[in-house]
Design a protein around this ligand. Structure first.
Ligand SMILES: [Cu+2]
Length: 114
């Protein structure tokens, strides 16, 4: 892929919607608390950089998704910040990989990359 052509193709629709440049990451905030992530689903665009801020409202939670390269941990005092650019469309289920109590195994959310 030639970056200049790609940037131009992405920039035009974005310019119409908002004055942000295509290369600026969008920020998504995700809140973790026993035993769920909010929101449960986040839509991202392939090729669009995204900054994910993970906040915990209670105990230490993990945040793991192998294909997107996410491996983070947030405590109540310290949020995690992850910057990435999803390359491939798909559904990416992201889990808490830090044991946080009895409902821990069901603690997940999904990034939908379009
Ligand atoms: Cu957890």
């Amino acid at each position: 892929m030639r970056p200049a052509l790609f940037a131009a193709a992405v920039a035009l629709p974005l310019l119409a919607a908002a004055p942000a440049r295509a290369a600026d990451p969008v920020t998504v905030t995700i809140v973790a608390k026993r035993f769920e992530f909010t929101p449960k689903e986040v839509r991202l665009k392939a090729g669009q950089p995204v900054r994910i801020v993970l906040r915990s409202e209670d105990v230490t939670h993990g945040f793991f998704q192998r294909e997107l390269g996410i491996d983070a941990e947030a405590t109540k005092e310290t949020p995690a910040e992850i910057t990435l650019t999803p390359a491939k469309p798909g559904r990416y289920v992201t889990i808490c990989d830090h044991f946080c109590g009895s409902g821990h195994g069901n603690m997940k959310m999904t990034f939908v990359v379009e």
